[in-house]
Design a protein around this ligand. Structure first.
Ligand SMILES: Cc1cc2nc3c(=O)[nH]c(=O)nc-3n(C[C@H](O)[C@H](O)[C@H](O)COP(=O)(O)OP(=O)(O)OC[C@H]3O[C@@H](n4cnc5c(N)ncnc54)[C@H](O)[C@@H]3O)c2cc1C
Ligand code: FES
Ligand code: FES
Length: 482
């Protein structure tokens, strides 16, 4: 195994052998590569000032490109990728159309956020299909991971519209083919083992051997939680097994009965698969962090992290998901409800990884809604996340699942509330009675996100909202004023 981290910086090959693997990409860019265009605002994935673009071969002869927050990405995860920063966009003296649009729309004031916005817009420029400028909501969503304290956003949105309104200048086929060939040249036959501290296995067999040899290693997927342990808690992380290159853990498969999502599939890959069966989840996942975090973060990390306020666990509990755990002894399967044991305690044994989440395909007529309540509309963590799934047969509730985040030490189903729904007619009176019973299921805490009383009240109100929405008498939807 080769002891060097190899990647492209723009079109230049880089090989690192003397860097700490948990050095952030941002730190390396600014302190070692002399690329200071990329800025540090928050160092926790929130503000987008550090946004860079990563590209990788897409398997169809082209390049897949995605933004990430360089402040929380470890440099060792760059192995095998192309890293593009704001310095890569200009050609000679000519600004890239994205940069030109920002100038023309007067979209920069102090300029601190500008390189990050430019890189988010650059990804949109490269990936948005031709056919006219997108709707305002598409632009809002594309830029939800970037904050600006000066401009009020209007000129930045105008720049986005301008750059997409004119015919797009694409990378030439030759330039793209050159980058693909260079990246193919970096492709490994066996996983990276860097300084006996950072391991990036390529398949389950390599992963099994590493889990057995290093049961004390921390597992790393997108790093959007783990990265903050280094940048915010200033912890030193010893050995790391990076799951982002394990092919089997990246796969998303639809069988006749289940949607199976590999633990290392990013939210960018996972969300479209989920929405194909459950379109009602669109708003929740559009409000799950911002694009750079979703482009790196994974379902496996969100579940394994076992945060009581993670957004996917209540969804997965309401969908009766199972979880496959992988270790040197092979695979074992659990109901997700049995995975969360106590505050941030799970059923994972040492030397085990979450391998896959399995979700039964929806039964006909299943009604589903997911509601996220947070202080800020975009890029914020839930105070309460409520998910409701229900089947009504002959006017009566034949099966109900009600699950919450933010209401207990773990993401949890509301057993008493479910019992108060099942077998009853699906009427407002039933919903009100079940909403009252919810108080028996949970004794939430009060914290900086919400008081206990607010959480209790809002959880009941979300069930009533679900009734109103699914009975078709009200189509409520969060309205974003801004
Ligand atoms: C700015 C910002 C906004 C965010 N917004 C949201 C939000 O709206 N909703 C939300 O739910 N979360 C949010 N998060 C948290 C985070 O993005 C998610 O929890 C994400 O899904 C974590 O996945 P990851 O792959 O990045 O995990 P990592 O950071 O790689 O890992 C997280 C933890 O899980 C362990 N781990 C990772 N993969 C596995 C595995 N396969 N098996 C076993 N253990 C594993 C790691 O050791 C670590 O302890 C946000 C984070 C940031 C920085
Ligand atoms: S510095 Fe704020 S997201 Fe990275
Ligand atoms: S221009 Fe100053 S923060 Fe955006």
């Amino acid at each position: 195994m080769v002891d060097t981290i190899r990647f492209l910086l723009g079109d230049q090959p880089v090989a690192l052998s003397d860097v700490d693997p948990t050095t952030t990409v941002l730190e390396w860019l600014r302190a070692s590569a002399g690329r200071t265009g990329t800025k540090e605002g928050c160092a926790e994935g929130d503000c987008g000032a550090c946004t860079v673009v990563l590209t990788e071969p897409d398997g169809a002869g082209g390049l897949a490109c995605r933004t990430v927050n360089s402040c929380i990405q470890f440099v060792a995860t760059l192995d095998g990728t192309q890293l593009l920063t704001v310095e890569d966009l200009k050609r000679g003296d000519t600004l890239h159309p994205v940069q030109q649009a920002m100038v023309d729309a007067h979209a920069s004031q102090c300029g601190f956020c500008t390189p990050g916005f430019v890189m988010s817009l650059y990804q949109l420029y490269r990936t948005y299909p031709d056919g006219g400028p997108p709707a305002r909501e598409t632009l809002d969503r594309a830029l939800a991971g970037n904050l600006c304290r000066c401009t009020g956003y209007r000129p930045i949105l105008e720049a986005a519209e301008r750059m997409l309104a004119s015919p797009r200048v694409r990378e030439t086929d030759a330039a793209e083919a050159k980058a693909v060939a260079a990246l193919e040249g970096l492709r490994r036959k066996t996983g990276l083992a860097y300084r006996d501290r950072f391991f990036a296995p390529l398949n389950l067999a390599e992963l099994a051997a590493l889990l057995q040899a290093h049961p004390d290693a921390r597992l790393l997927s997108g790093g959007t939680d783990l990265g903050l342990e280094v940048t915010k808690a200033h912890r030193t992380i010893g050995k790391i097994i990076y799951l982002g290159r394990v092919a089997e853990l990246r796969a998303i498969v639809r069988t006749n009965t289940h949607l199976e999502i590999g633990a290392a599939a990013t939210w960018r890959e996972t969300v479209p698969a989920l929405l194909a069966d459950w379109p009602a989840l669109d708003e929740l996942f559009a409000r799950f962090a911002g694009p750079p975090v979703r482009n790196a973060g994974t379902i496996g990390g969100n579940v394994a992290n076992a945060s009581p306020i993670g957004d996917s666990p209540p969804v997965l509990l309401a969908l009766d998901a199972e979880i496959d755990l992988f270790g040197a002894a092979g695979m074992r399967r659990l109901q997700l409800a049995d995975f969360f044991l106590d505050y941030r305690k799970t059923a994972l044994a040492p030397g085990e990884a979450v391998a896959r989440v399995r979700i039964p395909l929806p039964a006909k007529g299943r009604r589903l809604r997911a509601y996220k309540v947070s202080k800020r509309h975009d890029d914020d963590i839930s105070a309460v996340c409520g998910v409701f799934a229900l089947t009504v047969e002959n006017g009566r509730v034949s099966n109900a699942r009600v699950a919450f985040g933010g209401m207990a030490a773990i993401p949890k189903r509301a057993a008493a509330c479910e019992a108060a729904l099942e077998g009853r007619p699906w009427t407002l009176a039933t919903a009100e009675a079940a909403a009252a019973v919810l108080r028996r299921d949970f004794s939430p805490i009060g914290d900086m996100r919400a008081s206990a009383a607010y959480r209790t009240k809002v959880a009941s109100n979300l069930l009533l909202r679900f009734w109103h929405e699914t009975e078709g008498r009200a189509a409520t939807r969060a309205v974003h004023y801004g």
